[in-house]
Design a protein around this ligand. Structure first.
Ligand SMILES: [Zn+2]
Length: 304
């Protein structure tokens, strides 16, 4: 049980021969999601043998084209392939109007239900949940309204110690509550604390996505202590002014955000097309936060 992320695109602004615009495939507990859907996402899904039919929901960070221009094409293909299951689309205000206009003028009546949920500007909170995990959105600091997303495993059940189950003769009906954290009241009235009956559960992991954004203190609480953080690092440190103008981050700024938030691992992406290789960006970030990797299209990692 963990979170698996595959980078479908980690370039900024325009597609290049070596990098697609932003998109990521996220698998958590047997459910599949996309974060952003830049141009080229469909082809990349085919290349990576990832099935678009499995997608439950697509999260769109913001309405700059390099983060969503692949969406009409992807949804049209789902339609042509006979998708029946509902698809949830979550993103900023305006997304619904854009999609409806495209389907109106192409006279497309989708064969499946497309539910579009628009997030209020500057809002934060849970936007998707299942029994064992949830996804929350939070505001980033970009030129237009932009959201980060965080995938969080819910606390896992504790494991009963077999010898204690036997010793206290715990009835089956009581075991579920104890695994969820309850103490046990024996028939004789003795209260047995949970810690005596159970092993600690495996830790729950969290994955946060922050792109596009300039660094901001208000983002830190939302990414505090996450297991893995994907953060944009569009520019090397020398282009700090350009980063300010465009509401993006440099390598060191991304690393400082990770350090302040106390994350376990940092993954950098959203690289400017001026960087064919990202060695400079990676080394500048590692000077601030050593647990950093630079991603590339097709890069995959497990959040544990
Ligand atoms: Zn942008």
């Amino acid at each position: 049980m963990s979170i698996q992320v595959t980078i479908l695109g980690c370039g900024s602004a325009t597609p290049t021969l070596f990098r697609n615009p932003t998109s990521q495939w996220v698998e958590i507990h047997g459910r599949f999601f996309l974060i952003d859907c830049g141009e080229g996402t469909q082809v990349e899904l085919l290349r990576r043998k990832l099935k678009m039919s499995k997608l439950r929901a697509i999260f769109i960070s913001h309405l700059h084209g390099d983060h969503f221009f692949g969406l009409p094409g992807l949804i049209s293909s789902m339609h042509l392939m006979g998708r029946k299951e509902k698809l949830l689309l979550i993103g900023p205000r305006g997304l619904k109007q854009i999609m409806e206009l495209i389907f109106k003028h192409s006279e497309t009546i989708l064969r499946f239900e497309l539910e579009i949920v628009e997030l209020e500007d500057n809002s934060s909170g849970i936007v998707f949940s299942e029994s064992s995990f949830h996804v929350s959105a939070f505001p980033l600091n970009h030129r237009i309204t932009c959201f980060g997303f965080k995938f969080s495993e819910n606390p896992k059940l504790r494991n009963l110690k077999p010898e204690m189950v036997e010793y206290f003769k715990i009835p089956i009906a009581e075991r579920k509550k104890i695994k969820a954290g309850a103490d046990y009241l024996s028939p004789s009235g003795e209260l047995i604390p949970n810690a005596k009956l159970c092993f600690e559960p495996p830790p729950s992991v969290e994955y946060a996505f922050c792109s596009d954004t300039a660094p901001h203190a208000d983002i830190i609480p939302h990414i505090e202590s996450v297991t893995a953080l994907y953060h944009e690092a569009t520019f090397e440190n020398d282009l700090a002014l350009r980063a300010v103008e465009t509401f993006h981050s440099t390598a060191a700024e991304a690393a400082r955000q990770a350090k302040q938030a106390g994350v376990k691992k940092l993954y950098l992406g959203h690289f400017s097309s001026r960087y064919r290789d990202t060695d400079v960006i990676l080394s500048q970030a590692r000077e601030v936060f050593s647990e950093t990797e630079a991603v590339y299209d097709g890069f995959s990692f497990t959040v544990t």
